[in-house]
Design a protein around this ligand. Sequence first.
Ligand code: C2E
Ligand code: MG
Ligand code: MG
Ligand code: MG
Length: 284
Amino acid sequence: RSKRRGRGQITVYSQEIAQEMKRATHLEQALRNAIIANEVDVHFQPIVRLKDDMIVGFEALARWCDADLGYVSPAVFVPLAEERGFIDALSETLLRKAAEAALSWPKELFLSFNLSSAQLMDPKTSLTTLAILNRVGLDPRRLELEITETAVMTDAETAQKIIAELRGAGVRISLDDFGTGQSSLGRLRDFTFDKVKIDRAFVSRISDDRVSEHIIKAIVAMCDGLDLEVVAEGIEDFSEALKLKALGCGMGQGYFYGKPADAVTTMRFLSERYLRVEPEAAIA
Ligand code: C2E
Ligand code: MG
Ligand code: MG
Ligand code: MG
């Protein structure tokens, strides 16, 4: 009896796997087509200096809306492109679009772009990245690349080499989603970063959780000591912004200051209230 049930489970299980594989392959094909048809877009979210709420840069975030599938999150399609081996093609399109948009912004604003973990294991990444900037005409000193702890730890030697090459050309490196990865603080000593982005998980609990507040306090102190810049991600309301300012956090980002918006909206936003963000009137 148990045997039969076991066999039944295997059948159901393999059907689920088959269905999942079919779905992923459909998604893959749709994404490959979207890249070729130039339908994958990039949006921009402001990053502000908390001292005076001035915009200092924007983070580029990939956006894809398929005619049949609807909105697909980058948290789904970026890992898919990595697994199926075409993250290079995806990332190149995204960086080109983001860099082109950044060309029309005031020169003092930086562009922050997410590198996927697969790209940090590919020695070609530094060259292709710099080639795109060169082609578009964006100064490498205006680019920041966001990488995660986990990505850095997977193939530390290659990652270190890529980071060194990019930094040598003037690109800055920020450590994204800090506090959630699999690294130990000791291992991070082997890498040179310019900036740390405190994960939204800590920020979103800062108002009702003393532990999160102390963790942020400790990260800010560590960054001050190491001469690293620090950004708090996911600031959603005024009281979170106030708390982070009080903790001495240098920069912030989140829906409170502005949601990700397309290149045209971002330009309009910049020209209307150049540099100073007025959160009450921030773009929807
Ligand atoms: P991330 O790099 O940590 O980006 C921050 C995410 O938090 C974005 O989600 C952003 O829209 C969201 N966010 C910003 N402010 C707030 C807030 O106040 N509240 C809340 N609840 N969320 C906020 P998104 O755009 O869905 O991107 C998810 C992840 O996908 C990114 O996390 C990043 O890891 C990845 N990703 C996005 N675009 C790219 C890309 O061009 N290349 C690569 N390799 N990865 C990307
Ligand atoms: Mg990021
Ligand atoms: Mg992040
Ligand atoms: Mg995050």
